[in-house]
Write a protein that binds this ligand. Structure first.
Ligand code: KG4
Ligand code: ZN
Length: 353
């Protein structure tokens, strides 16, 4: 089984990991949250500079924690899309340089495919087809996983990502960044029925609503109006607001994921991304799934948020299928997951094989 060292620098975490097949040998993450916190969000230029400062140390650390030297590594991988372009370039350049110097195959990995592979790390026996509900700071997608590299996006957000909605609503409530964990904690003490908030449905041109797409900007505006009104009449009931907002998001995501899985005859929903940590989403989705005899997989938190183990896990499978990326592969800030196979050259066909 192949061992891959992977680098992930698409956003604000510098991460390096070594994975053998689906077993994590090392996974190190240097979070930049504290650096960006004072700006209330991620500053791309600051993120790139932080990646440059930490990347070399993390590569050495991941390799030594795995107890391996370069000769035991079969491939070098890096996230190449989508993400902050300057940030992606740091990891991509480091990985390509090592691949060239060590004469190893290089594998570029799509960040969202990495999030899908996070589920294989904790459930190594998981097999396609299944549905992935990916909910992070940058994405809210329902992805039909057909095979390694073969994906179809069935639903997505029309505006803000789920995590982004948590972060923006937290800011409206004068809470810290990132907002998700803070709102989750406050929601435990609040009443989820205290305020009725709009779920944000996406209208279809011929009438009715899109069954799998979501929209969180209307919900955010409703919270804005409500907080303005409540602030005028005294102190903000933060716990009740947090609980009501969280329950609305959890219900919206659950409804779409369940409908999608049932419509496509998929019996497993694998959840990924930072919002997979949300206790409201976990409860709602788990309860609805068991009513319909569906299986829900929530990977451990360290593999839900950005990490390089999930990138390495995806790269192992591509490597074993003979997929290779060119050393000319560039970083792309946007790229649909359906185009993953464009990152690879066709496997070599052996004479007589
Ligand atoms: O996957 P992730 O670490 O980074 C991206 O690729 O975006 O996700 C970060 C997002 C942030 O928006 C953060 O507020 C949210 O995940 N998040 C949560 C929770 N923990 C993190 N949202 C809701 N509830 C949580 N417990
Ligand atoms: Zn991510």
């Amino acid at each position: 089984m192949a061992s891959v060292l992977a680098i992930e620098t698409s956003c604000d975490e510098t991460a390096v990991a070594v994975v053998n097949n689906r077993q994590v040998l090392s996974s190190v993450v240097a979070s930049q949250v504290a650096v960006h916190q004072k700006y209330g969000g991620i500053v791309p230029e600051v993120a790139s500079r932080q990646h440059v400062e930490t990347i070399n140390q993390l590569i050495d650390l991941a390799l030594s924690e795995a107890g391996l030297d370069w000769s035991a590594i079969d491939g070098i991988a890096a996230t190449c899309a989508p993400g902050l372009i300057g940030a992606l370039l740091v990891g991509l350049t480091a990985a390509k340089t090592i691949a060239l110097l060590q004469n190893k195959p290089f594998i570029g990995v799509h960040h969202l495919e990495g999030h899908i592979y996070a589920s294989y790390l904790s459930s190594p026996d998981l097999k396609p087809p299944f549905l992935c509900l990916l909910v992070s700071g940058g994405h809210t997608s329902l992805i039909y996983v057909k095979d390694c590299g073969i994906y179809e996006t069935l639903g997505q957000t029309r505006d803000d990502a789920a995590g982004e909605a948590f972060d923006k609503v937290a800011r409206l409530m004068d809470l810290d960044y990132p907002g998700g964990p803070v709102i989750d904690r406050l929601a435990q003490q609040g009443n989820p029925q205290a305020f009725a908030l709009p779920e944000g449905q996406v209208s279809l041109r011929g009438g009715g609503f899109h069954p799998y797409d979501s929209s969180f900007s209307g919900l955010k505006t409703a919270v804005l109006r409500l907080t303005e009104k409540l602030k005028q009449s005294g102190e903000l009931p933060v716990a009740d607001l947090a609980a009501s907002f969280q329950a609305t998001v959890a219900k919206a995501l659950t409804k779409r994921a369940i409908a999608c899985a049932l419509d496509y005859g998929l019996d497993t929903i694998a959840v990924g991304g930072g919002v997979a940590a949300n206790s409201g989403l976990r409860q709602h989705l788990q309860a609805a799934a068991s009513q319909h005899n569906l299986r829900v997989l929530f990977p451990p938190m360290k593999y839900c948020t950005d990490n390089a183990a999930m990138i390495a896990c995806a790269a192992v499978e591509h490597l074993e299928r003979g997929h290779r990326s060119s050393l000319n592969l560039g970083a792309q800030s946007r790229m649909p997951i359906s185009e993953v196979m464009q990152l690879y050259t066709e496997p070599a066909i052996h004479p007589g094989g």
